[in-house]
Each structure stands twice: as structure tokens, then as C-alpha cells.
Design a protein around this ligand. Structure first.
Ligand SMILES: C[S@@+](CC[C@H](N)C(=O)[O-])C[C@H]1O[C@@H](n2cnc3c(N)ncnc32)[C@H](O)[C@@H]1O
Length: 253
């Protein structure tokens, strides 16, 4: 039995269902094959088994399966896993889908490649649980296996931070985002307000934001020996222009 835990925002299925159209617009889904090509070039996995932790609608898992990888997709949101299953069926590929909290998934020595993509990390109120997730990822890799993480970083956020932003949504409506930094610049709280056809709905969620150095230190604490940081999945430098924080971390052979 998984441990009893306080309820947290990411357990709200309605959040993922309602935000799906603007979190995963067709442009993002269509861009996934190119991202997969880049991440494989960067990670150079030494075999064909992949763990996609927080696989969401399965865009990475299904594309990797299409390329001949044996993929396990793990996610705790039933709505997104159903999307992922449908995606795999449409692509006529087999993926192992596991409905599980990322804190609980552990399969020692099973994978050549592990993924945590599109800011799927740092969600827990207890920050020690982030380290637990990385320890499990390390344990689930084979010797010589590689982890690729891709997320919004503290350096990037400090550079672009605005308390309020808005975007017009395809198909009509507005998404207003309100942002606040708290906990001594370690976390961000977001309020997303969706206004459509004269009605509004709002969701709040928060997560820890890591700097490149903080993520490197956490990965090393989890047992990873060889950690490289990049500013994109294409392997750009992690410098002032970096749009994302990408960590490629290897488990010793
Ligand atoms: C921003 S989405 C990214 C999904 C996917 N990596 C992608 O790029 O398409 C974050 C994902 O994390 C999942 N998630 C959130 N908290 C989780 C948890 N505690 N355990 C497992 N999955 C979780 C959500 O269901 C969602 O699919």
C-alpha cells in the first residue's frame, strides 16, 4: 500500500481535464517527434528500454514506441492516461501504462533511459520527496543508464517573471495567469483564470523551481555521477538565453 499523504493540487483530475486544451495544443503534440529526435541525440541511450515518468497524454512514450523502444509510461492522472492509451492505439504501438504516483514507481535496474519532461518535477509540498523521486529514478535505471529532465528553471523565471500574463486561446477565450514567488524564491504559485463565453474558472497550483546548480546537486545526492546541463533539448548551452533547463544525468556502469 502506498503511504497515506495529504491531498495536493495535482490530484485534481478536473485541473488536468480543463487545462488540457491549452497545456497540450495541437502545436505541442505535433512538435513532439522533433523533440524526441533531439533528446535521443543528447542522451545517447545504450539500449531500448524507456521509463517516461509523468507521461501525461503519452506524446513522448508513443513516439518512442513508434521508433522501436520498449516504453513504460507512468502517470497518476486517469484522464491523461486515457488520452495516452488512445494515442498508442491510433499509432498501433504497445506501451505499458502504469497509473501510479511518481513517488511510488520503482523498478530496479530496468531501464536504459528515463524521462521527466515538460516541468513534471518539483510538485511536492515536502521538498524531500523530490529527492525520493530522483533516487527511485536512479534505482530504476540499469548501470550506464541515462536520465533526461526538462523543466522551467529559476534562472529563466527570474529573467522573464511577470506577475500577470494573458493569452488569447485558439477557439476563443482568454487565459489569464497570475504568478507569485514564495518560500524564499524556492517556489512559484500560479493562478490560471480561464474566461470563455462570459464565464470564468480558476485553478491554483504551485511547485518548486530549481536553479541549474540546485538540480545538479539534487541529482548528485540521488546517486547520479555524471550530470550535464543544457538550455534546450537540442543541446544549447545553459546560459543567459536558455529557454529551458535540461539535465542529462548518468548512472555509473
Ligand atoms: C506538465 S504535464 C507533462 C506531461 C508529459 N511529460 C508531457 O510532456 O507531455 C505533468 C504531468 O505530471 C503528472 N503528474 C503530476 N503529479 C504527479 C504525481 N504525483 N505522480 C505521477 N504523475 C504526476 C500529471 O498527470 C501530468 O501528466
Amino acid at each position: 500500500m502506498p503511504p497515506a499523504r495529504p491531498t495536493e493540487w495535482f490530484e485534481n483530475e478536473d485541473f488536468w481535464r480543463s487545462t488540457y486544451p491549452f497545456m497540450f495544443p495541437p502545436s505541442r503534440l505535433d512538435g513532439t517527434p522533433a523533440e524526441v529526435t533531439s533528446l535521443l541525440r543528447l542522451a545517447k541511450p545504450r539500449g531500448k528500454t524507456v521509463l517516461d515518468l509523468c507521461s501525461g497524454p503519452g506524446r513522448f512514450a508513443v513516439e518512442l514506441a513508434r521508433r522501436g523502444f520498449r516504453v513504460t509510461g507512468v502517470d497518476r492522472t486517469r484522464f491523461l492516461m486515457n488520452k495516452a492509451r488512445a494515442r498508442a492505439r491510433a499509432a498501433r504501438v504497445d506501451v505499458e501504462w502504469v497509473l501510479s504516483d511518481m513517488r511510488d514507481f520503482l523498478r530496479p535496474g530496468a531501464y536504459h533511459l528515463a524521462l521527466s519532461l515538460f516541468t513534471s518535477f518539483g510538485y511536492f509540498d515536502d521538498k524531500a520527496e523530490d529527492l525520493g523521486v530522483l533516487r527511485n529514478l536512479h534505482a530504476s535505471l540499469r548501470p550506464g543508464g541515462v536520465l533526461v529532465m526538462e523543466l522551467m528553471s529559476k534562472e529563466r523565471l527570474a529573467r522573464i517573471f511577470q506577475p500577470t500574463t494573458s493569452q488569447r486561446l485558439p477557439g476563443g477565450g482568454w487565459l489569464i495567469e497570475r504568478h507569485a514567488i514564495f518560500d524564499d524564491w524556492t517556489r512559484i504559485r500560479n493562478e490560471w483564470i480561464l474566461i470563455r463565453r462570459g464565464r470564468s474558472r480558476a485553478w491554483t497550483f504551485h511547485h518548486t523551481v530549481y536553479s541549474g546548480q540546485e538540480l545538479r546537486t539534487l541529482l548528485e545526492s540521488a546517486g547520479f555521477g555524471d550530470v550535464s546541463l543544457y538550455g534546450s533539448l537540442q543541446g544549447g548551452a545553459y546560459g543567459t538565453e536558455a529557454a529551458r533547463l535540461v539535465a542529462v544525468a548518468r548512472k555509473a556502469r
